[in-house]
Every structure is written in structure tokens, then in C-alpha cells.
Design a protein around this ligand. Structure first.
Ligand SMILES: N[C@@H](CCC(=O)N[C@@H](CS)C(=O)NCC(=O)O)C(=O)O
Length: 228
């Protein structure tokens, strides 16, 4: 197989690329990266020196690609499937890239910060609280942006929605939506029902017991007492 995605099924940034791959239908293989396992970690660091997941290896072009947005741009250009995730039109593409950045920087980052404060021995409640405030500000901006039934940049599902789905899935377990963001709440539901997103979450099911805020997951994904 020419394309190999090195990933972990629980990792939100890996979800972003998996959603893109399922949207396009592009065939690929996957390698599970376990950073806690010496052999797996060493092999992954040889491929991705910063140790950030996911990484895509394209044997047919002899390239290894990092950074989720760049991976999706790369796939869209060199391995496009049935669905294109970045529009041809420059202004429309710019909008998609802007919202992709927004979800990575202002939703995924504070979300990861809150989770990491819980995991670290020296975790800080003050830092977690700041990140919660940042998420609330991001929610308000998304609410302002959304039109009634659309995806984040309009009628077409794009790379920006690939970024939105995992960020919002985990963020909502940390800072639940209030009644002030009804359009965001409805957008979240549309994302979760999208087959590519539902598939990624289904595949993560056996791993949700390792999520530090597993008690806040939607009932469908919450591990049973026996699994937890
Ligand atoms: N900006 C990067 C972020 C990737 C990232 O943070 N990945 C997380 C998993 S969701 C990771 O590899 N964490 C392991 C670590 O930081 O040691 C991207 O878009 O690819």
C-alpha cells in the first residue's frame, strides 16, 4: 500500500486526518503508534522527529508528511478521492484554511491543555481554567459564524469541518455548550452524524477508557464500569 498513516485511535489530530481519508475514500493503511512503548516510540521518532501524530508516509512519492492541515492539503492534491476537501477557488480555499486554523489553534489547543493539566503531576487548575475561558470565547466566535444548516464555511463539508469534529467532540466534554450557542450545538450534532466522523469515533471506542475525562463522554462512548 502506498499510503500509510501513523496514528493513535484516541488522538484528536489523528481523527482529523482519518475523517479526511474517509471522506475522500482514498485507500490507506495504518500503523498504531504507542508513545508509551519504547519500540513504537523509537520507530515513530525516526519518522516524525517532534513525535507529533499523525504522520503520513507516501511510498509512491518517497515522502513523509507531517502537520494535519498539510497532510490533508497533500492528500487533496496527490491522492484525491471522490470528495475534494479544499475548494479550487482561492477565496473559498482561504476561508477553509482560516477555519481549519481556527479549530486547531482555538479549540483543539485549549482542549488539549485542559486534558494535559489533568494528566500532569504538576497540573495547574489556573491554567486549565484559562483554557476553559478560551474555549468559551471560541464557542462564541463559531456561533457568530454559523448559518442555520451549513457546514462551517458553507454548503460543502471541507478540511475545516474535519478539524472541527474532533476538536468539538472532546471540547464539549470539558466545557459543555450553554443555551447561548444553539447553532454550535446543532452543528456539533450534524458533525457527529456525518458517516466519516461516526466511523472514527466508533473505531476509538475500545480506547475511550484511557481518556482522562471519560466520565464526561456522551453515554454512547462512555466505558462501562467493567471496561473503565
Ligand atoms: N499541529 C499538529 C498537532 C499534532 C498533535 O498535537 N498531536 C498529538 C496527538 S492529538 C500528539 O502527537 N501528542 C503527543 C505529544 O505531544 O507527545 C498537527 O496538526 O499535526
Amino acid at each position: 500500500m502506498t499510503l500509510v498513516l501513523h496514528q493513535h485511535p484516541l488522538a484528536s489530530f489523528c481523527h482529523k486526518v482519518l475523517i479526511a481519508l474517509y471522506e475522500s475514500g482514498t485507500p490507506f493503511e495504518r500503523v498504531l503508534v504507542n508513545l508509551g512503548d519504547e519500540v513504537s516510540r523509537t520507530a515513530f521518532l525516526a519518522l516524525s522527529p517532534l513525535g507529533k501524530m499523525p504522520a503520513l508516509r507516501d511510498e509512491s512519492r518517497g515522502r513523509t508528511v507531517f502537520e494535519t492541515s498539510i497532510i490533508i492539503e497533500y492528500l487533496d492534491r496527490y491522492h484525491p478521492g471522490s470528495a475534494r476537501l479544499i475548494p479550487e477557488d482561492f477565496d473559498a480555499a482561504l476561508d477553509v484554511r482560516l477555519w481549519d486554523r481556527f479549530f486547531d489553534l482555538y479549540v483543539q489547543e485549549p482542549m488539549q491543555q485542559i486534558v494535559s493539566e489533568r494528566m500532569r503531576a504538576d497540573g495547574s487548575e489556573a491554567r486549565a481554567q484559562e483554557a476553559r475561558q478560551a474555549l468559551k470565547r471560541a464557542y462564541a466566535v463559531i456561533e457568530d459564524r454559523l448559518a442555520a444548516d451549513d457546514w462551517i464555511t458553507g454548503e460543502t463539508f471541507t478540511m475545516a469541518d474535519c478539524a472541527a469534529a474532533p476538536g468539538l467532540f472532546y471540547a464539549e466534554t470539558l466545557v459543555p455548550y450553554g443555551s447561548d450557542v444553539p447553532k454550535l450545538s446543532a452543528y456539533h450534532q450534524r458533525l457527529m452524524q456525518r458517516p466519516s466522523v461516526a466511523r472514527v469515533l466508533e473505531e476509538a471506542l475500545p480506547y475511550f477508557r484511557y481518556y482522562p475525562y471519560k466520565e464526561n463522554l456522551p453515554a454512547r462512548f462512555k466505558p462501562s464500569d467493567a471496561e473503565a
